[in-house]
Design a protein around this ligand. Structure first.
Ligand code: O7M
Length: 211
């Protein structure tokens, strides 16, 4: 069954908690990134803890190994269950994120290719494939691949095999949830859910169409 991951990119604490609560029965994890954490502080993690859903820190960590280590230690100390890091920084820096995650019994996912149009400028031409290989070598738990380009997901699947692929870009960015759900382990959905009149109902609808 393909997982449904809520991307909680709202700026208001009350709205974040209310959207998360209404979606909780239909989702498998919540992804939190800079928009929400910079607006509310890390205390949002404890606000969401009662929902008992895995919390994924989408900080797209992309620094030298020592700074990556410090960031990831802070992520897991704050109560997150997983972290998302960039792979283009190289194996030493990416591996540090994986090692810290595993030491905390958490998970680390590496961004292999992004979903927006501009991503093709640098990720295409073999780079995404190399990052996916790096994710395998570094023993990452999975990769992030674009729902806006199903053919690229299929290509990256050839490289990562049974490792998890989580895919943002359905709905607001144009990706088709039906098509993508067949290719990946989880779809990451933000605006289609939290901007809906009834976020819980939209999460329920998406949870029914996923394979
Ligand atoms: O459904 P949306 O478009 O409102 O939100 C998608 C979320 O996924 C949002 O938090 C983006 O920052 C994130 N994302 C992408 O949209 N594209 C990517 O290539 C990568 C991510 C992401 O989550 O990376 C970990």
């Amino acid at each position: 069954m393909t997982e449904l991951i809520l991307s909680l990119d709202v700026l208001d604490r009350k709205q974040a908690v209310s959207v998360a609560e209404s979606c909780a029965p239909f989702i498998d994890a919540i992804k939190i990134g800079y928009p929400l954490v910079l607006s509310t502080g890390l205390s949002i993690v404890s606000d969401l803890a009662d929902l008992a859903l895995p919390l994924i820190a989408d900080f797209k960590v992309a620094d030298i190994p020592n700074t990556n280590r410090l960031i990831c230690e802070a992520v897991f100390s704050a109560g997150f269950d997983a972290v998302i890091a960039h792979g283009f920084v190289g194996a030493d820096a990416a591996r540090t994120c994986v090692e810290v995650a595993h030491r905390h019994s958490g998970a680390a996912y590496i961004v292999a290719e992004m979903s927006h149009p501009g991503a093709t400028e640098f990720f295409h031409g073999g780079v995404a494939e190399r990052i996916a290989e790096l994710a395998v070598t570094c023993r990452a738990d999975g990769i992030i691949a674009p729902a806006t380009r199903p053919e690229r997901i299929a290509r990256l699947r050839e490289i990562v095999g049974s490792k998890a692929i989580y895919s943002p870009g359905v709905g607001a960015q144009g990706g088709d949830p039906d098509e993508v759900a067949r290719l990946v382990d989880g779809i990451i959905v933000g605006r289609s859910i939290y901007e809906a009149e009834n976020p819980g109902a939209e999460a329920e609808r998406l949870s029914r169409i996923r394979r």
